[in-house]
Design a binder for this molecule. Structure first.
Ligand SMILES: Cc1cc2nc3c(=O)[nH]c(=O)nc-3n(C[C@H](O)[C@H](O)[C@H](O)COP(=O)(O)OP(=O)(O)OC[C@H]3O[C@@H](n4cnc5c(N)ncnc54)[C@H](O)[C@@H]3O)c2cc1C
Length: 382
C-alpha cells in the first residue's frame, strides 16, 4: 500500500528505510525464537547503539544526534513491525531510563551512565509499578528515607521490563507518603548495589521477547547524588516523558498492526478454498480494507501528536487520542488477522498467534484506555 508520507522529510524517509532494513535483517529472523524462549536479544543493544537509534534526539555532547518525536514514531513503528516485545525492551531503555538520566541526572551520572547507555553498552529500566500501585501512581509504597548523604530504600516493584538484563533502574519511591503523587522522587539504582536484587523473573502472555522481573529493596543505601530531579517532585516532573510515551505506544501498535495486515494480505492472496483465493471473497476483502483503514487513521493520529509535540504545541489530548485509538484498533486488527489466517495462524510457528498475544498489553501500559478516556474527557468537559 502506498504510504501518504508527504509530510516526511528526506531524512525521515531515509530513517524509515534504514530501520526497516535493520528490522528485516536483525529482528524478523529471531522474533519467534526470542518469544518462545522469553529472552531479549541483548546483542542487539550495541548494534542499535552504533546505528544511533538510542541516541536519537539526545544532545550532541552526549553522543546524540538530531531527532524529533516524529523520528521516534518512525523508529518504534519499524522496530515493532519485527517484534513488539523487542521494541518494548528498546523503548523502556531509550525513552524512559535514558530520558530520565538526560533530564534529571547530574553531570557525573550523565557521563558515567547515560553516555554508555546511549551506545547500548549499559541497559536501563523504569521501575514504577508495585502490587498496590498500577494506574494509581499515588499508591507507590516503596520508601526512600534520608540518612546523612544517602537515602535508604525499602519496598518492592512488579512487572518491570528489562529488570533481568538491566545495569541500572530508574526507581520511583516515596519520600513523603502523606503527599502521595506529590511525594514521589526518582533514583538511579545500579543493579549491583547491595540491598537491591531482582527477586524473580516474570513470565507473561505476550511481548515475551522483552524480559520482566520483580524487584526487592531491603535497606538499599543509595547516595543522594543518585536522586534524579527534585525531591518529592521527581515523578511529577517526569510526567512529560510519559505523555510522549503515549505517542510511542501508538507508533508501536501501528507497526504491530501493519505486520498483521501484511501477513493477512499475503495469506488471502495464496490460500485457495472453493476454487478461489480467499481474498476474492468479499467478506474477507472488506475485513482487510477495514484493517488497512484503521492502520492509516492510527498512524495519522500518532504523527499528528508527534508533530504537535515537535512544534511545541499542546499535544496531551492528541497523544491520548492517538494511544487510545491505535491500541484499541490494533487489538481488533490482530483478531481479524488471526481469523482470516485460519488454523495456520493459530500454530505456534506462525507470527500471527504472537501478534494476537502481543497486542493486548498496549491497551493497559502507558495509561490504560480508561485513563486516556478520563484525560480526553477532562480536557473536553473542564
Ligand atoms: C508487559 C508489561 C510491561 C510492563 N512494564 C513495566 C515497566 O517497565 N515498568 C513499570 O513500572 N511498570 C510496567 N508494567 C506495569 C504497568 O505500569 C501497569 O500494568 C499499568 O500501570 C497498569 O496497572 P495495573 O496493571 O496494575 O492495572 P490497574 O491499575 O489495577 O487497572 C486494572 C483495570 O482497572 C481499570 N482502572 C484503573 N483505574 C481506573 C479509573 N480511575 N477509571 C477507570 N478504570 C480504571 C484499568 O483501566 C484496568 O482495566 C508493565 C506491565 C506489562 C503488562
Amino acid at each position: 500500500m502506498a504510504e501518504l508520507d508527504f509530510y516526511l522529510s528526506d531524512e525521515q524517509r531515509e530513517l524509515r528505510r534504514a530501520v526497516r532494513e535493520f528490522t528485516s535483517k536483525e529482528i524478523v529472523p529471531i522474533a519467534t525464537e526470542c518469544d518462545a524462549a522469553e529472552r531479549f536479544p541483548t546483542h542487539l543493544f550495541p548494534k542499535i547503539g552504533e546505528l544511533g537509534y538510542i541516541a536519537l534526539g539526545y544532545p550532541e555532547e552526549l553522543g546524540g544526534a538530531a531527532g524529533t518525536n516524529l523520528d521516534y514514531s518512525i523508529l518504534w513503528e519499524e522496530l515493532a513491525y519485527g517484534s513488539a516485545g523487542i521494541a518494548l525492551g528498546f523503548y523502556v531503555h531509550t525513552a524512559m531510563a535514558c530520558r530520565a538520566l538526560e533530564h534529571f541526572g547530574s553531570e557525573s551520572i550523565r557521563r558515567d551512565w547515560l553516555v554508555p547507555a546511549l551506545r547500548g553498552e549499559k541497559i536501563g529500566g523504569w521501575a514504577f509499578a508495585e502490587s498496590g500501585a498500577g494506574s494509581d501512581a499515588g499508591a507507590v509504597a516503596t520508601r526512600a528515607i534520608a540518612d546523612g548523604d544517602d537515602y535508604i530504600l525499602n519496598g518492592s516493584k512488579l512487572f518491570i521490563t528489562n529488570a533481568p538484563i538491566a545495569d541500572f533502574l530508574i526507581v520511583v519511591a516515596s519520600t513523603n507518603p502523606e503527599q502521595r503523587i506529590k511525594g514521589l522522587s526518582l533514583f538511579m539504582v545500579e543493579s549491583d548495589r547491595p540491598g537491591f536484587r531482582v527477586a524473580a523473573s516474570m513470565s507473561k502472555l505476550g511481548v515475551r521477547a522483552s524480559e520482566m522481573g520483580e524487584l526487592a529493596f531491603e535497606d538499599c543505601r543509595v547516595p543522594a547524588a543518585n536522586m534524579l530531579g527534585r525531591v518529592d517532585r521527581g515523578f511529577l516532573d517526569a510526567l512529560r516523558m510519559l505523555t510522549l510515551g503515549r505517542i510511542a505506544s501508538a507508533a508501536t501498535v501501528v507497526g504491530l498492526s501493519r505486520a498483521a495486515l501484511d501477513a493477512t494480505i499475503k495469506h488471502a492472496n495464496e490460500r485457495v478454498q472453493f476454487g478461489q483465493k480467499i481474498g476474492s471473497f468479499q467478506a474477507v476483502a472488506f475485513g482487510i480494507a477495514d484493517m488497512a483503514t484503521q492502520i492509516d487513521a492510527s498512524r495519522l493520529m500518532c504523527h499528528r501528536a508527534a508533530i504537535a509535540a515537535d512544534r511545541g504545541l499542546p499535544h496531551s489530548q492528541e497523544a491520548s487520542m492517538a494511544k487510545l485509538f491505535a491500541t484499541e484498533a490494533c487489538t481488533k486488527i490482530v483478531e481479524r488477522a488471526l481469523h482470516y489466517n485460519g488454523a495456520a495462524g493459530f500454530m505456534s510457528e506462525s507470527p500471527i498467534q504472537r501478534y494476537y498475544r502481543d497486542c493486548k498489553v498496549f491497551e493497559l501500559g502507558e495509561g490504560s484506555s480508561e485513563l486516556q478516556r478520563n484525560m480526553i474527557a477532562r480536557e473536553l468537559l473542564g
